[in-house]
Design a protein around this ligand. Structure first.
Ligand SMILES: *[C@@H]1O[C@H](CO)[C@@H](O)[C@H](O)[C@H]1NC(C)=O
Ligand SMILES: *[C@@H]1O[C@H](CO)[C@@H](O)[C@H](O)[C@H]1NC(C)=O
Length: 592
């Protein structure tokens, strides 16, 4: 996961242990009285009476509503498990994946891939000039050795020297290709941290996990995808639908050399909406409300960094003005942080809304108060979009744990500050950078507008000129500028499993591989993956880590991505291969 992805994302995309709501429920009578007073029309009065009648049955929803449970289920359809049609040779392949021979070979392949270092850095120079890019030649030749059939039978193209595109041509040109993605690069291991690793970060296997940089972000996925394809080739599978694999090589530092160029290349060949579906790295498994969830990322928050600079006259510290530029900027920062910034709001398109419906429909420990708020929320209501009105459902949901809020809110973090040079000189220029992740249903304009307003007030108070995003600056001013890497929220993947489409196949595949007791629900990514460059190619993007190990308590949490002790469970990895072969076969049989 990229610059905006990190261990933090793993946590934010996984609400984790569900805490009880921190504020006590208002008493039934109180809340009913409130409804009565503000409602003021017959239906509400009727509900008041009906609800009184229900005091003997405290867990039942009011009579006047249709069966909420059915409505929640309709908002979270779980398709039956989907198995590929019978085929003797291919079914043997599924059995082979479960053998010790495959396990051993898979350990060797993944461990080998981790051993070939392929770090990317924020300050890399041009390809061909900066020798640090050359590691990707080594990684490519490793793949060639590890996957001989793929390199013999598939079309392998390189894009911008190190980007890899594999094409397995299908027999039916009318079917849009399905694409599997991953990235070859990893974040670096700072040398001073090596001693803190339980095993050195280079592919050690301890009987259960493979340890090392890239083991779970995301050489595991890249290798699992190639293993799945190699196995299918061994079993003489001939796809009807073209299968593509694309592997970028600078995902951890923006994806501009890798994914961006690959996507341009693929777009030239297949055009707008030219692909049926994309699977890339992302979120995976999560326990919540007493249920087991699989949560493919079907939306991504947006992203922008804003730089705020205050310029004021310099001079000697012995004759200072009442406020230096540092003081003025501090006041602005305090204002920005007051009232926690942006509203907590759950858009109807936000996958977390779907997850709440899934929880309400199927989870034994789903909080009653949340369920009630969900039941009373009008679907496709725009009330919550109205800025003046608090979104009670979102606010209640946010109480579950400190991270949940950011699934439904634009986040801001003042992360970098520079200014001041000398203790006897007034600072002439001081700058902060504020990082933002944009809520589903909002745009980066919300951030620019809010900061322009707040900075304007401070500028007025201190008689400074405001230059908000106009590219100008002058002495005695507050200047707002923005990073070049602005990213709006991703288009939301359609996720109605009651209609035939990629999501139904996705959910059916997952329930086939992992059991029909699991719930598949849309999930939201607070970080971004290489798919940010692929939006034009398909509406159907799943950011998903298909490898899950039911025996691994740390799964999805303490797997050390971007830090010490990165590791991956081999059992989980094998399951990823199983999922991927099933997915490719299921998509091959799909008619859309
Ligand atoms: C798998 O590897 C283990 C440990 O090296 C070895 O004992 C076992 O015989 C191997 N199994 C197969 C089927 O190769
Ligand atoms: C505000 O700044 C302008 C120009 O920088 C200056 O001419 C003016 O006197 C200032 N006003 C106050 C109240 O300090």
């Amino acid at each position: 996961m990229g610059y905006s992805g990190s261990t933090m994302e793993k946590q934010t995309s996984s609400p984790g242990p569900m805490l009880p709501a921190s504020s006590p429920l208002p008493s039934r009578r109180q809340s009913r009285a409130r409804r009565f007073i503000f409602g003021g029309f017959a239906l509400i009065a009727a509900s008041y009476l009906a609800a009184s009648h229900f005091d003997a049955f405290p867990d039942t929803t009011p009579l006047w509503q249709p069966d909420h449970q059915e409505r929640f289920k309709a908002g979270c359809v779980q398709p039956d498990p989907i198995f590929p049609s019978k085929d003797e040779e291919l079914d043997k392949l599924q059995d082979f994946i479960a053998t010790e021979a495959f396990r051993n070979a898979s350990i060797a392949r993944l461990s080998g891939a981790v051993q070939v270092k392929s770090e990317s850095f924020d300050d890399l120079g041009a390809i061909g000039e900066d020798p640090r890019w050359d590691v990707f030649y080594d990684f490519q030749s490793y793949l060639k050795t590890a996957f001989p059939l793929i390199h013999e039978k598939l079309l392998v193209e390189t894009v911008n020297s190190h980007g890899l595109l594999y094409t397995w041509k299908g027999t039916d040109e009318s079917l849009k290709p399905s694409l599997l993605m991953a990235h070859q690069d990893t974040v670096p291991v700072p040398p001073e941290t090596i001693s803190a690793w339980t095993y050195p970060p280079c592919g050690a296997y301890d009987g259960r996990y493979i340890w090392g940089r890239g083991a779970s972000d995301c050489k595991n996925l890249l290798i699992a995808e190639l293993e799945a394809i190699e196995l299918l080739l061994e079993a003489n599978f001939q796809p009807k639908r073209t299968v593509l694999l694309s592997f970028g090589f600078d995902e951890e530092c923006s994806g501009k050399q890798g994914a961006q160029q690959l996507s341009t290349f693929i777009h030239q060949r297949y055009g707008d909406d030219g692909l049926a579906v994309i699977v890339d790295e992302g979120s995976g498994y999560q326990e919540a409300w007493g249920s087991r969830f699989f949560l493919p990322g079907t939306a991504e928050k947006g992203y922008t960094d804003i730089f705020i600079t205050v310029r004021m006259p310099g001079g000697h510290s012995s004759v200072p003005p009442p406020h230096t530029s540092i003081g003025v900027l501090s006041e602005l920062i305090t204002t920005i942080e007051a009232n926690q910034g942006y509203p907590t709001r759950l858009d109807d398109e936000n996958p977390y809304y779907s997850q709440l419906q899934c929880g309400a429909a199927y989870s034994p420990d789903f909080p009653k108060k949340l369920k009630k708020l969900l039941a009373h929320r009008k679907s496709s209501s725009s009330a919550h979009k109205c800025k003046a009105k608090p979104d009670h459902l979102a606010l209640e949901a946010a109480k579950q744990n400190p991270y949940t809020r950011y699934l439904m809110q634009t986040s801001q973090a003042v992360d970098v500050i520079t200014g001041g040079i000398k203790i006897n000189a007034l600072p002439e220029r001081v700058t902060v950078t504020v990082n933002h992740r944009i809520n589903i249903g909002e745009t980066t304009q919300v951030v620019r507008d809010r900061l322009t307003g707040l900075a304007g007030k401070i500028a007025h108070k201190y008689n400074l000129t405001l230059h908000a995003f106009d590219g100008k600056e002058e002495a005695s001013s507050i200047i707002l500028t923005e990073t070049n890497d602005v990213l709006e929220t991703a288009p939301v993947t359609p996720t109605d499993a009651s209609v035939d489409g990629p999501y139904k196949v996705f959910a059916g595949t997952t329930r086939a591989v992992y059991s029909k007791d699991v719930i598949v629900s849309p999930g939201i990514m607070t970080g971004n993956t290489d798919t940010r460059y692929y939006w034009a190619l398909t509406k159907h993007i799943f950011r998903f880590d298909p490898g899950y190990d039911p025996e691994d308590p740390s799964d999805g949490f303490e797997n050390g991505i971007h830090t010490v002790n990165e590791r991956v469970s081999v059992a989980g990895h094998i399951n990823a291969v199983k999922w991927l072969t099933t997915w490719v076969r299921n998509m091959d049989e799909a008619k859309f």
